[in-house]
Design a protein around this ligand. Structure first.
Ligand SMILES: NC(=O)c1ccc[n+]([C@@H]2O[C@H](COP(=O)([O-])OP(=O)(O)OC[C@H]3O[C@@H](n4cnc5c(N)ncnc54)[C@H](OP(=O)(O)O)[C@@H]3O)[C@@H](O)[C@H]2O)c1
Length: 228
């Protein structure tokens, strides 16, 4: 099936309800960055435009601080119509560089999420207590955003952040953009608790969409997933 830019989310009524979308761009061998952390750009122009359409359709875009340090993204909408979402950076330990473009560019609001007791470069940070495994609970993060009116959310990466949200089973739709490239080394996109049997694999209802420049989008509906 060919990609339809009028329906980047896949289903027309998707934005009618609160929705959490995850995305990752990867190679044929499942790598999202080289071993030295280079990921710009694994996918082609069409995929980048799709990503900007996703941003334009949500209230907030979430990344982890690792992505800010590696790529210094602006996280704004520039390659499609529509408003830029509020930027949210999960930065438990306060590692966010003060000159990061998300902080210096005042065109859109940026919210930082810290654990307790961290000095923040931002005025009103969101403070989340650690869950039992020491990480910040994705459900608590989403609840804090919903309290601020941010209910449609794009988890844009990177791999650690997306994996936490997938493990917590709070992602409704997952967009995996596959580029016809093989790195043979580098960062894996999705790391979940290990399984043993094949019937334990997460098996979402999936549509595949072909882009003109060769990338393939796997649009996975995790609300209809077989969780093994
Ligand atoms: N191909 C793609 O689509 C794509 C997208 C984005 C990034 N990338 C690449 O991915 C690499 C960066 O990977 P990454 O995994 O370090 O990036 P990341 O997921 O953006 O950042 C990970 C960091 O965010 C914090 N974090 C996120 N969720 C958390 C949670 N629930 N609880 C506690 N801490 C949380 C932690 O910070 P602390 O360590 O400070 O506790 C964690 O180490 C770069 O090479 C970048 O280029 C690729």
């Amino acid at each position: 099936m060919h990609y339809d830019p009028e329906h980047p989310f896949g289903t027309a009524d998707l934005l009618a309800s609160p929705r959490v979308i995850g995305q990752i761009g990867q190679t044929l061998d499942g790598r999202v960055a080289t071993p030295t952390g280079k990921s710009l750009y694994i996918n082609g122009k069409c995929a980048l435009e799709h990503l900007h359409r996703l941003r334009a359709g949500v209230d907030a875009v979430i990344v982890g601080v690792g992505t800010i340090i590696a790529d210094d993204p602006r996280l704004t909408v520039r390659l499609s119509e529509g408003p830029s979402p509020v930027r949210v950076v999960i930065d438990p330990e306060g590692r966010m560089p003060k000159d990061a473009r998300c902080l210096t560019d005042a065109s859109v609001r940026t919210l930082l999420i810290h654990r307790e007791g961290i000095g923040s470069p931002c005025k009103n940070p969101i403070v989340i207590g650690p869950s039992c495994d020491g990480t910040l609970s994705p459900a608590a993060i989403l609840a804090a955003l919903a309290e601020r009116g941010l209910r449609r959310v794009l988890v844009e990466g990177g791999p650690t952040t997306l994996s936490h949200f997938l493990t917590a089973e709070v992602i409704d739709d997952l967009h995996i953009m596959v580029a016809p490239k093989i790195f043979g080394s580098g960062r894996e996109g999705i790391v979940l608790p290990p399984i043993d049997r094949l019937d334990e694999a997460l098996t979402p209802a999936t549509r595949t969409l072909l882009f003109d420049d060769g990338d393939v989008l796997f649009q996975c509906d995790l609300t209809k997933a077989d969780h093994g």
